[in-house]
Design a protein around this ligand. Structure first.
Ligand SMILES: Cc1cc2nc3c(=O)[nH]c(=O)nc-3n(C[C@H](O)[C@H](O)[C@H](O)COP(=O)(O)OP(=O)(O)OC[C@H]3O[C@@H](n4cnc5c(N)ncnc54)[C@H](O)[C@@H]3O)c2cc1C
Ligand code: SF4
Length: 465
């Protein structure tokens, strides 16, 4: 159980961010990893509580065996700790970087919680460094063929498990690189793309096939024994204001994709914030990624509009531990904007009333209005200059075209969620990840991909699911 008095003696130490000044100069990893002695001391703080909420439904969606691997890290038995971790976590190098660490918010130590995410990252990176992570192909093959559509975390997790179960797996991906939002969405500084590519290479060595630049076509998939749709939920919520299609107005994921392509190619981005006055519509995590990216590209200024009021600093009475705390968080991009501009870029209870375009048809300014209970307050309009508007107002489900091609009617929230709550839509067709649940988190997509893989496996074996 770690050190019995560890949590009383040792303070929580997270992997710190590099300074704003240093990290704004590049798109490299935000964090600085800590050495083994720090991680072992951090793991010693785990109390192995009678009821470990960290691995319950309130905590880790993968139900990672957190107290067990923390104890092994404390004892310096990292290789065994990694084996315990890999029993439930397919790709800790992703979750160890981008997971919001639901487990830590559910920890009995509350705000002083264990640093599970950093410990998990330490384990997997130590495993890669020491050569403990090697291709693991199954000894026998079942002869059954499964097509996985989409190579985001859900598709990768499902492909990984189905392959380990002995099926022959082909991942079909429309983009030029695998990874879904891990590749084109989450910026490089949060998740370096070399980390995604390293995992894909490993899966290829384990005999998973990736077909890139390929649109999934049901006719071409006829020969597969099962098809699992993991196409994500990237359909963005549009702004219903005049001139929303003007030049200089674009959706956040398109902008972030162009930014990552530029980082990877070394060429100028197709959409750039350089020397632009940027307005990000949406105060959430995607909006924060746009703020951090625009600052790195050298924008003149950046403002982030949010319709909701600012969340409280402390948990509200109706949001007790171990629930996820709906409190004010200031993320890396916002911290960088405060550093660069001297104030928080977020403007709450405010929305776009009008987009003003210039003679050439490109955006020039935005008229905003303050909201009270989602209603515009007359007389609060303000016109602010803007030559790049990034819409990060959320997502409304899966793409209609893919759903139609596979003859599936998404529900009112744009999800391919089978009515019985399973992953099987009909016959040999299954769904998983954001496409099934709506836009969520990497860790939830991984868990859903694995759950779907188990159902596909049962179905292929001819059992009930
Ligand atoms: C900007 C941004 C930042 C985020 N940051 C975080 C974060 O820090 N932490 C976190 O936990 N979550 C984050 N998320 C959420 C997380 O990325 C998603 O929940 C997760 O990626 C969903 O995984 P998925 O596999 O279901 O779908 P996706 O990752 O969306 O992958 C779907 C894939 O399917 C492919 N595809 C779709 N249709 C077809 C077709 N017809 N044929 C072939 N291929 C197709 C797409 O090209 C895509 O590659 C973020 C989301 C965004 C938008
Ligand atoms: S995947 Fe996320 S919730 Fe699960 S142990 Fe890791 S950091 Fe915690």
């Amino acid at each position: 159980m770690g050190k019995p008095t560890g949590f009383l003696e040792i303070a929580r130490i997270e992997n710190p961010y590099r300074t704003e000044e240093a990290r704004l100069r590049d798109f490299d990893d935000l964090h600085v990893a800590q050495p083994a002695d720090v991680r072992r001391a951090q793991a010693a703080r785990c109390m192995n509580c009678g009821v470990p909420f960290c691995q319950s439904d309130f905590g880790c969606p993968l139900h990672n065996l957190i107290p067990e691997w923390n104890d092994l890290i404390y004892r310096g038995r990292e290789r065994e700790a990694l084996e315990r971790l890999l029993r439930t976590a397919p790709f800790p190098e992703f979750t160890g970087r981008v997971c919001p660490a639901l487990c830590e918010k559910a920890c009995n130590l509350e705000s002083d919680a264990l640093t599970n995410r950093d410990n998990e990252l330490y384990l997997i990176e130590t495993g890669f460094e020491k050569g403990w992570v090697q291709p693991r192909s199954p000894k026998t093959r079942t002869g059954r063929r499964v097509a996985v559509v989409g190579s985001g975390p859900a598709g990768l997790a499902a492909a990984d498990l189905l392959n380990r179960l002995g099926h022959e797996v082909t991942v079909i991906e429309r983009a030029d690189r695998p990874g879904g939002l891990l590749m084109y969405g989450i910026p490089n500084m949060k998740l370096p793309k070399a980390v995604v590519e390293r995992r894909v290479r490993l899966m290829e060595e384990e005999d998973v096939r990736f077909l890139l630049n390929t649109e999934a076509d049901p006719d071409a998939l006829r020969d597969y024994d099962a098809v699992l749709l993991c196409g994500g939920a990237k359909k963005p919520r549009a702004l219903s204001v005049e001139n929303a299609d003007a030049a200089g107005v674009c959706f956040a994921v398109d902008y972030l994709t162009a930014a990552t392509k530029a980082v990877l190619s070394g060429e100028a981005p197709a959409i750039s914030a350089k020397e632009k006055t940027v307005i990000v519509v949406g105060g959430g995590d995607t909006g924060n990624d746009c703020v951090g990216t625009a600052l790195r590209q050298g924008c003149k200024s950046v403002v982030q509009l949010e319709m909701m009021p600012a969340p409280p600093a402390q948990r509200a009475a109706n949001n007790p531990w171990p629930q996820w705390p709906r409190t004010l968080r200031t993320d890396y991009g916002q911290l960088e904007a405060i550093h660069r501009q001297g104030e928080d870029p977020r403007v709450y209870q405010t929305t776009v009333k009008r987009i003003i375009v210039g003679a050439g048809g490109a955006i020039e300014a935005v008229e905003t209005v303050r909201l009270e209970g989602f209603e515009p307050v007359p007389g609060t309009e303000q016109t602010i200059p803007c030559d790049l508007m990034l819409i990060a107002a959320g997502f409304v489900g899966c793409e209609a075209a893919t759903a139609a091609r596979f003859g599936v009617e998404p529900d009112a929230r744009g999800r391919m969620l089978p009515g019985d709550g399973s992953h099987r839509i009909r016959d040999n067709l299954f769904s998983a990840g954001d496409m099934r649940t709506g836009q969520s988190l990497v860790v939830r997509a991984l868990a859903d991909g694995r759950a779907a893989a188990m159902e596909v496996n049962e179905w292929l074996k001819g059992g009930s699911i």
